[in-house]
Design a protein around this ligand. Sequence first.
Ligand SMILES: *[C@@H]1O[C@H](CO)[C@@H](O)[C@H](O)[C@H]1NC(C)=O
Ligand SMILES: *[C@@H]1O[C@H](CO)[C@@H](O)[C@H](O)[C@H]1NC(C)=O
Ligand SMILES: *[C@@H]1O[C@H](CO)[C@@H](O)[C@H](O)[C@H]1NC(C)=O
Ligand SMILES: *[C@@H]1O[C@H](CO)[C@@H](O)[C@H](O)[C@H]1NC(C)=O
Ligand SMILES: *[C@@H]1O[C@H](CO)[C@@H](O)[C@H](O)[C@H]1NC(C)=O
Ligand SMILES: *[C@@H]1O[C@H](CO)[C@@H](O)[C@H](O)[C@H]1NC(C)=O
Ligand SMILES: *[C@@H]1O[C@H](CO)[C@@H](O)[C@H](O)[C@H]1NC(C)=O
Ligand SMILES: *[C@@H]1O[C@H](CO)[C@@H](O)[C@H](O)[C@H]1NC(C)=O
Length: 900
Amino acid sequence: MWFSNGLTNACGLAFLGALLLSVVDAKPMPKEGGRDRISINTGWRFYRSEYNTDKLAYDLSRNDYANRTDLTVLKPWILPSANDFIADPAARHRRPSGEPTIGIPFVRSSYDDTEWETVDLPHDWAIKGPFYVGDNVPVGGGMGRLPVHGIGWYRRKVEMTKADEGRSIYLDIDGAMSYSIVWLNGHLVGGWPYGYSSYRLDLTPYLKLGDDNLLAIRVDNPGNSSRWYPGGGIYRNAWLTKTSPTHVGQWGTFITSRSVSKSSAVLDLAVQVENAGETSQKLSVVTDVYILDSATGEARTKVASFPRQTITVAAGHKVSVNASTTVKKPALWGPPPSQSPNMHVAVTRLYNRNNDIVDTYLTDFGIRSVVYDADHGLLVNGERIRIQGVNGHHDLGALGAAFNVRAAERQLEVLQELGCNALRVSHNPPAPELLDLADRMGILIYDEAFDGWQLSKNPNDFHLIFDDWSEADLRAMVRRDRNHPSVIIWSIGNEVGEQTTGDSGAAVARRLRQIVRSEDETRPVTASMNAARPNMPFPGELDLISLNYQGEGIRDTGPYAGLPGISTPPLYLPFHDAFPDKLIVSSETAATVSTRGTYFFPITNWTSAPANYTVGSGGNDTLLQVSDYGLYTAPFGSSPDKVFVAQDNASFVSGEFVWSGWDYIGEPTPYYAARSSYFGIIDLAGFKKDRFYQYQARWRPDHPVAHILPHWTWGADRVGEVTPVHVFSNGDQAELWVNGKSQGRLRRESESVYRFRWDNVTYQPGEVRVVTYRNGKQWASDRVVTAGVPVALRLRADRSAIAGDGLDLSFLTATVVDSKGNVVPQADNEITFTVSGRGGGEIVATDNGDPRDFTSFASRTRKAFSGLALGIVRANRKGDITVTASAPGLARAVVKLTAN
Ligand SMILES: *[C@@H]1O[C@H](CO)[C@@H](O)[C@H](O)[C@H]1NC(C)=O
Ligand SMILES: *[C@@H]1O[C@H](CO)[C@@H](O)[C@H](O)[C@H]1NC(C)=O
Ligand SMILES: *[C@@H]1O[C@H](CO)[C@@H](O)[C@H](O)[C@H]1NC(C)=O
Ligand SMILES: *[C@@H]1O[C@H](CO)[C@@H](O)[C@H](O)[C@H]1NC(C)=O
Ligand SMILES: *[C@@H]1O[C@H](CO)[C@@H](O)[C@H](O)[C@H]1NC(C)=O
Ligand SMILES: *[C@@H]1O[C@H](CO)[C@@H](O)[C@H](O)[C@H]1NC(C)=O
Ligand SMILES: *[C@@H]1O[C@H](CO)[C@@H](O)[C@H](O)[C@H]1NC(C)=O
Ligand SMILES: *[C@@H]1O[C@H](CO)[C@@H](O)[C@H](O)[C@H]1NC(C)=O
């Protein structure tokens, strides 16, 4: 058993300002001060070159730089940026004296960049395309066929006011892809290679008074560096943080809870205070805890205070203080529907000798207990919570890697509708705001650092910098994320090659685990394993057993047997026997592939079959589509039906993370000629594939589900042909009618049958209807009819009122319908989205979820795919917005939105 009473999040600075205005508290809040966090997202000048023409390089380890003798290597100036994240003082890096000589003017204020593009962050330079189509292209299907590679330069002026004199001023970049190097006023400040880490650089020494401080950031994104779409550029938020020289350090608080019960919880706090000034400072540290209204970001009732502590921090030093307090009747954090994600905020204030506030630092956190029980799974606040999770890469579909809060929130909302309660952020630290959303919505997070270690998966991936940066990247992840109550598991790696290299691989795992444990002892550390066996040394180094696909067996039975590649029998029990004290979770299951609304005949008679490897494989090589029956998988995968059986067969397993929740750009198994994945339960546009209802039926047992597939609008060539009808339902019996004629009432013959299938139905146009029953009573029903010809479009917005702030989004679904309003399931009409009105509306992107659609995501014209297309709208000011969807020959559709 692995036990933790820990909980927690830091970095809640996003709420500074709003928070402190509306505190409901008996005593008035003291005057706040000491710290500003300023967004510098807008008004950057941007330039990208596909090839390295500026002749700078972090180092020459990349295969395409191997023979470049003309490049200036800047690595010695970049490595010191890691120093705060390297524990051993002897291993820290010393900055070479002087500035490196570089021959480019881009870093100087005097350079005229007016010809460059103007962009706002978060920015993904590659998402608009164009797509690379065909073979032998610079970026193939694996990385999404978009122009992610190359060198990007970002330039912007930043201001230092009179009031800033004497303050410490930091640049905070939440994520830049990749090999960032930063200059201020021509001075090389530092950088950070790994594109998924958030990092801070101290600008103070190079800033001058006024608004003519030139910040230049260079990113260099190698080709062949990733197994999925990484995006390119500064794809997350950028900030200036201004503090007193004496302040709470970067991610400088850590709050954990223990002895958690309904009646009380003990909180332990650590605060790291940093003195960047030139004189020693005597300070008092005071931290109060409030209930946080996470919908509004407002602090409510004060529920506890940590005892005031007085410390002296010498110039150039850091001091940590610890304190404990008790919260009575704590509002606990836990996942819905059985629990509520209650949040707290700790307000830490530093006072100087004169009792002036010199810094105010907010830490959002939650109070909860988590027990990782090898026999009973995950217990949150004492309640068994089955992990019903999915995996997700960081891209946001048609919006690319550029982080957007509303787009991420929408992804999580559709997942919660599915019954999902957990997300594995595969295979890298997410945007910080994603964890804020997970905290607020009550989603459990499996937070993962790396996809690879020393052994490469791609020529230019993380293995090139692993030895220099793995410690710093790992500490950066844990320090940034450890106060989030949503985070329940740390992962040091995904399917790393070192799983199977015996003691040498295990030694790397041991080192990385120790690093995480030294930053956070409250959560288990794992690495996901697709190849390690119970008798190997690797799993022995981990606190919990995280299995990819092996629980249900890989290529072990039926139509999988004989495929090339590793095969394993179901390994839940052997792992449980070998590690009786360790919780087991399936960190990847299924890898079922399909394209929404596509069906090929005949279908397999098995409950699970590899796509495109056998007769009746479910795929079509020419169309690049895979049948949506939910029966076809990657060669190492299993259909949901098979996964559920394996999990039911091993009650000690804590649950699963399905590969994958949403489709994502890149990794288009089994058709690498396409642009985006087939794995999602939800397609890239956010539309539900049929198996959405199979998961919903299992994950929301009390929510009546009945869903018929396939659609029932086939051509003359199918009339009289066998067209199997399957129904997903959480009822125990189901009866199907075709044009009023019963096809038989089926009983769920055992607990381990996860679909009702009528495999002998022959197609006749008309109506298919199902009624399902539970315990003899009608439970749920569904109906599909043969649609007529397309006559009109229908348009629906997910939200009709949005903020006119240029960030908020409305997602509009256009549907091709017949004269009776039925969806025309194979319609592919070309739909154009337009906007008008005073709200400054803009079509940001469109999509349809078709993995082989190479129309630019930025296009306002998009073919429907299986009857649907998506338009994404934002508003740049207040006012009304009218969105119109039109297509030749069809009645157009209009939706009115309001921007507030
Ligand atoms: C570098 O030069 C060596 C020797 O000429 C050659 O074999 C190799 O292919 C070159 N590598 C690249 C990436 O051009
Ligand atoms: C990636 O590798 C392929 C195969 O070696 C090569 O054709 C392609 O140019 C590379 N892409 C980039 C951007 O370096
Ligand atoms: C202070 O708290 C930190 C973080 O929890 C912990 O690592 C450290 O051991 C504590 N120090 C003391 C003296 O308790
Ligand atoms: C599917 O059909 C094949 C060929 O007729 C047969 O060998 C196999 O046993 C069947 N599988 C199932 C699960 O019925
Ligand atoms: C799919 O199957 C066809 C026919 O067997 C084969 O030619 C093709 O290579 C397969 N495609 C993939 C991606 O495996
Ligand atoms: C795949 O689709 C194409 C285009 O519709 C069709 O011509 C071909 O027969 C299909 N292939 C298979 C194996 O069904
Ligand atoms: C069920 O568990 C048993 C061991 O208890 C194992 O031998 C068997 O392979 C498992 N079956 C499946 C379908 O996972
Ligand atoms: C489907 O039809 C086949 C051949 O007519 C028959 O053997 C089989 O039993 C039928 N299956 C069902 C489920 O009715």
